[in-house]
Design a protein around this ligand. Structure first.
Ligand SMILES: *Cc1c(COP(=O)(O)O)cnc(C)c1O
Ligand code: SF4
Length: 349
């Protein structure tokens, strides 16, 4: 067995494990775990500095997960947008293809909390074959976004097989993998995995870091190995109450990502997923954070703040309002709050 598999095997998955390893004896959490799976692997558990800190909040269940009466099981309407099991076709030219139901750590705020890590998420040879068939019949799809669960929790051979099956479909130009492995189980990024990924370019990876404490020696090495294999790395961060919902934390995270060659891609407003309402922030919080980033740090470190509209309406950018007035002279505010103008075409200064 590989090192990463051994580490996973020692994950905290039960109430008893929480008590023994994290000294948490809240018996009410038993019911939470019965509803939504828990897996806190030793690597991620070691990043916890104190109970209730930003790492803890992402990994350790909370009784609030069971009292959420506001949110819904499938906020993005993914099940309705799936022509075949596990493939979500929402946009004209790209699809989301779910190829794994396992994660290295079950994030408490997960959008697919309704099924990830449970028997309710069925992925097998027949769902994969139906996905390939759909893609062969839909040549307008030029990009496939592999997700789950976490695609990189599959065995090397399975990943290799899926990638070569996709590469056998000529209309697929780009393969994108969404994975949290670099931040929650970086030792999964092995030389043999990297060799497989590298053989299927153009391949992009969007990873998922939420807090500067996740940037460690190990996660930096994982990203270095991927970047050295020519894989462009992006990051999809989720804005989470009590975890990273302030400008200083987000700024530190984005700058740290850039240092390990990960380009911030999206900063997501939390979805309305049942069991995660306690993580949601007002949209104004995210917009105010973005206002403190633009112009103040490298443009390369700036993600797009976006919300994924309920019911599968798609991602919508949330941008601070810089434009104050339109007309022959565009009136706007700059990053320092100074009022500036720009004469439109045909006008002069
Ligand atoms: C987010 C998402 C994508 C990718 O959107 P981008 O803006 O290209 O990152 C594709 N399909 C589905 C169903 C999605 O939810
Ligand atoms: S890694 Fe992604 S899919 Fe898995 S639990 Fe976390 S947010 Fe959900």
């Amino acid at each position: 067995m590989e090192t990463w598999q051994l580490i996973l095997q020692n994950s905290i998955t039960t109430l008893d494990g929480l008590k023994r390893q994290l000294d948490c004896d809240d018996t009410a959490l038993g019911q939470v775990i019965a509803n939504f799976p828990m897996r806190i692997n030793p690597y991620f558990a070691n990043l916890i500095q104190s109970p209730g800190d930003p790492i803890w909040k992402q990994a350790v269940p909370d009784v609030a997960e069971l009292s959420d009466t506001v949110c819904v099981a499938d906020p993005l309407g993914e099940e309705n947008l799936s022509p075949v099991t596990g493939l979500v076709h929402k946009y004209p030219d790209r699809v989301l293809f779910l190829i794994s139901n396992q994660c290295a750590m079950y994030c408490r705020f997960c959008t697919r909390k309704r099924k990830v890590g449970t028997a309710r998420m069925r992925i097998d040879d027949s769902t994969l074959s139906a996905g390939y068939e759909y893609l062969r019949n839909h040549p307008e799809v030029r990009e496939v976004l592999l997700s789950g669960g976490d695609p990189l929790l599959l065995a090397d051979e399975e990943i290799g097989e899926i990638l070569s099956n996709l590469r056998a479909i000529p209309s697929i130009e780009i393969i994108r993998i969404g994975t949290r492995v670099p931040s929650v189980l970086p030792m999964r990024i092995t030389n043999s995995l990297v060799a497989i990924l590298k053989a299927h370019h153009p391949l992009y990876i969007n990873t998922h870091f939420n807090h500067p404490l996740e940037i460690t020696k190990e996660s930096s090495l994982a990203c270095t190995m991927l970047a050295d294999a020519g894989i462009p790395l992006g990051c999809q961060t989720v804005l989470l109450k009590g975890v990273n919902d302030n400008a200083d934390t987000i700024k530190q995270l984005m700058l740290a990502l850039l240092r390990i060659r990960v380009k911030p891609y999206y900063l997501f407003q939390a979805d309305l997923t049942r069991g995660t309402n306690h993580f949601r922030t007002p949209t104004e919080t995210g917009i105010a954070i973005m206002r403190k980033l633009y112009g103040h740090i490298s443009g390369m470190a700036i993600p797009t703040l976006a919300l994924d509209a309920p019911g599968g309406k798609g991602k919508i950018p949330l941008t601070p309002q810089f434009i104050l007035q339109k007309g022959k002279n565009l009136l706007f505010e700059n990053y320092r709050g100074e009022i500036c103008t720009y004469p439109e075409a045909g006008e002069g200064l």
